[in-house]
Design a protein around this ligand. Structure first.
Ligand SMILES: [Fe+2]
Ligand SMILES: [Fe+2]
Length: 222
């Protein structure tokens, strides 16, 4: 039953992510690198690892990870205005979408509620509260999502995503520092679990080391 629910959730999320890719293509933008899908796959992997280390419920974390950003995926059943609303509050709409899907599958109501909270609460890079989030599954989804935004692969994901948006011209070094290192350090300070903090530390160390090298290369010094 659990395995079936997992597979059905995965299938549903991949279908919705494909819908988002089709929408991006229809606007003449590039999907050679489908950020949302890549990001979701990474978050699922991280959620599994953090759940295993913290003892959080695995299925809640896995399903929460698959659904966590579906609120950002274009929904062709809705008007452009309603899609804009979803984008602005993607935590809530993603949580609603998960609740609707899981209810149709007759999942346990407590399980549905926990997935709902974890998705709804995952939005943002900083948290108001200093203490770890509750329930534990919400802390896991938060950490998996944020950890995926730390390190070099995260930076490449960010760059691919940014290249599809209208932004002012800026230097690569500026992007590497402000949208890279500074943002990653801020995200690091807002993690919940010890395992995520440890993993983030390693990623930051590697990022800083290679950033120094990159700076030299970009300035033509190396
Ligand atoms: Fe999100
Ligand atoms: Fe995300």
């Amino acid at each position: 039953m659990q395995q079936e629910l997992y597979q059905e959730s995965k299938r549903y999320a991949l279908k919705r992510l494909q819908e988002e890719a089709d929408y991006i293509k229809s606007r003449g933008l590039s999907t050679v690198f489908h950020y949302r899908k890549e990001h979701t796959l990474t978050v699922v992997g991280l959620a599994r690892k953090i759940a295993e280390k913290t003892g959080a419920d695995m299925l809640t974390c896995e399903v929460g990870a698959w659904f966590h950003d579906l609120g950002k995926c274009y929904d062709s059943r809705l008007s452009p205005e309603d899609n804009r609303k979803r984008q602005k509050n993607h935590g809530l709409y993603g949580a609603e979408e998960a609740r609707e899907f899981l209810s149709q599958k007759k999942a346990d109501p407590d399980f549905i509620e926990e997935v709902y909270i974890a998705i709804k609460e995952h939005v943002g890079l900083t948290r108001k509260e200093n203490k770890p989030m509750t329930p534990l599954s919400a802390a896991v989804i938060w950490d998996a999502d944020k950890l995926s935004k730390i390190g070099w692969s995260a930076w490449l994901h960010f760059l691919a995503y940014t290249c599809n948006r209208e932004r002012e011209e800026q230097s690569l070094l500026e992007l590497l520092h402000r949208d890279g290192l500074e943002t990653m350090e801020m995200i690091f300070r807002n993690l919940n679990t010890e395992i995520a903090k440890k993993m983030a530390e390693k990623r930051l160390e590697n990022y800083q080391k290679n950033l120094l090298h990159m700076e030299g290369v970009l300035r033509g010094e190396i």
